[in-house]
Write a protein that binds this ligand. Structure first.
Ligand SMILES: Cc1cc2nc3c(=O)[nH]c(=O)nc-3n(C[C@H](O)[C@H](O)[C@H](O)COP(=O)(O)OP(=O)(O)OC[C@H]3O[C@@H](n4cnc5c(N)ncnc54)[C@H](O)[C@@H]3O)c2cc1C
Length: 500
């Protein structure tokens, strides 16, 4: 093993979600020999692709924000993203459908159009929205520009940021921040859902994550033509062009250490791969518990981390097109706070739900045959800490969702739906090795953010790094891609820059 000559440093990256892919590309750009290992038969992790019958579905992420983070990955190798991919700016960003009120609210790509929409509900909230956006920008200027790509591995790094975090009132929740600017109950709901996009409850997530709102406003909301699956495919080609070794269908079952250093990893096949650095880009808790076997007595005395909600995702095609359905629709049920309490705290499936509906065919016809639509519906549900039998509830919940959509925004869905299948938290647990089948890893609460989140380098094992949703800065594509920058800084000692 040689750690003196840069060109022969060997980096092993475990997990091929966007965190793993970004880490592999960054290590390769530093001149390392890189091997990327993935347990599934395709790359992308939560961003893999499904095909069923005539329909294609992106399994997970669909909303692309901060697109420059993807440009940067191509620029590492003097290439341009535009030569390979086409990002389309969407308008509206999302359409909200409030089922109780039978009201639509469009969150538009321009501030003025969004304010017009808000005024239909409450004249004064249009100004309040501007104030909310301003406050979100202030958080973004610190949270995104200065902190998102920097390590929080030492308590000192946390302490030095406390004055800034207090100035930004990080002790408030996203919901409290939204309510300080907006009065209408419907508009309040619309502008407080952002934590749910990264696995948090708006009623407990620190307002630091309200920076997502400004991030969307500043950079826009995009869809990648061909879907997120196409994005993963092009990144895979970029890796292959640059001689990154990719191995699929290999589960890393053990990380071997000696004198507080990783010396090798062991695959389920028994194969041993040696390396100088190891970047684990799956669920860190799984790594500590199952790959390192670090179940110490003292650790068991600490309060357990709180995991994000689970996700139930229903995929289907329709034999007709629903041309009035926007690309992204958020279908809100009647309950909000109590529904979130059922999901996050009580961990029970209630009789109500709220949904995110993805209709890629609104922008890209390649997802379904002519005259048809491809859809997925994401429904936040309790993670596996709840006592739900998904063998029974999976089908029942799917039927309820189809009924609700049929009687509201997708009339005659029941007679047009085909090629239905779904993922439950059980699948998140077995496929991605996600603790409690969490949809996003640990919750983005104040006490689980920055220094309190899983660190990007192991405390004692000096060449073991962590990237991905469970680490700083957190879930969502901008977060996990930025986590690879944090790892790069830890390895090289040089700040990478937020890219902003
Ligand atoms: C349904 C859904 C919709 C979403 N929508 C959006 C969105 O629109 N926009 C957005 O920004 N974010 C969205 N997110 C969040 C975003 O998808 C995730 O935060 C992000 O993709 C996580 O990337 P990651 O690399 O950290 O982890 P993952 O994508 O989970 O990748 C981890 C990989 O590691 C592999 N792995 C784990 N353990 C091992 C092992 N021992 N050996 C080998 N391989 C291993 C897993 O198989 C997996 O492929 C969504 C998430 C979901 C689930």
């Amino acid at each position: 093993m040689n750690t003196t000559n840069q060109s022969t440093i060997k980096s092993i990256v475990i997990g091929s979600g966007f965190a793993g892919i970004s880490s592999a590309l960054r290590m390769r750009a530093l001149g390392h020999d890189v091997i990327l290992l993935e347990r599934l038969d395709q790359l992308g992790g939560r961003a893999r692709t499904f095909k069923k019958g005539k329909y294609t579905h992106d399994a997970g992420p669909t909303v692309i924000t901060a697109p420059f983070l993807f440009n940067e990955l191509f620029e590492l190798f003097n290439e341009k993203l535009e030569d390979h991919l086409d990002f389309i700016h969407l308008d509206p960003y999302y359409r909200f459908y409030f089922s109780e009120e039978d009201e639509i609210f469009d969150y538009r790509s321009s501030i003025e159009d969004t304010q017009k929409e808000i005024k239909r509900f409450n004249e004064d909230d249009a100004e309040g929205y501007k104030n909310l956006l301003n406050e979100s920008r202030e958080i973004y200027d610190v949270g995104f520009k200065k902190l998102v790509h920097r390590p929080f591995n030492t308590i000192f790094s946390m302490i030095s940021q406390i004055p800034a975090l207090l100035r930004l009132k990080c002790y408030r929740t996203v919901w409290q921040m939204v309510c300080s600017h907006i009065t209408n109950p419907v508009v309040r709901k619309a502008f407080s859902i952002h934590p749910l996009l990264i696995g948090g409850n708006p009623f407990t997530t620190t307002s630091i994550y309200a920076l997502i709102h400004y991030l969307e406003r500043k950079w826009g909301v995009f869809f990648c033509m061909g879907g997120t699956g196409k994005l993963v495919k092009e990144l895979e080609k970029l890796m292959l062009r640059n001689k990154i070794v990719i191995k699929k269908k290999c589960d890393v079952k053990k990380i071997n250490t000696q004198n507080n250093k990783v010396i090798s990893i062991e695959l389920d096949s028994g194969e041993i791969i040696e390396g100088d650095n190891c970047i684990f880009a799956g669920d860190p808790e799984t790594c500590y518990r199952e790959l390192l076997d670090q179940r110490s007595f003292f650790k068991s005395l600490l309060p357990e981390k709180k995991y994000s909600m689970g996700l139930y995702v229903l995929y289907f095609g329709t034999k007709k097109t629903y041309k009035d359905i926007a690309h992204h629709t958020i279908w809100m049920g009647g309950k909000y706070k109590s529904l979130l309490n059922d999901i996050f705290e009580k961990k029970v499936l209630g009789d109500d739900f709220s949904l995110y509906l993805h209709r890629p065919t609104a922008t890209d016809k390649s997802f379904a045959p002519l005259g048809c639509d491809s859809f997925y519906v994401l429904c936040p549900v309790p993670n596996l800490k709840g006592n739900i039998d998904w063998n029974i509830s999976g089908k029942e919940l799917g039927d309820k969702i189809i009924n609700a959509l049929d009687s509201t925004i997708l009339p005659n869905l029941k007679s047009n739906i085909e090629d239905v299948f779904w993922m439950t938290p059980e699948d998140f647990s077995s496929d991605y090795r996600s603790t409690y089948g969490a949809g996003f890893s640990i919750e983005p609460k104040l006490t689980q953010s920055a220094w309190f989140r899983h660190h990007n380098r192991h405390k004692n094992i000096e060449n073991l790094y962590f990237a991905g949703a469970g680490t700083h800065p957190g879930a969502g594509l901008p977060g996990v891609i930025s986590s690879a920058k944090v790892v790069q800084e830890l390895i090289t000692g040089k700040e990478v820059g937020s890219g902003e």
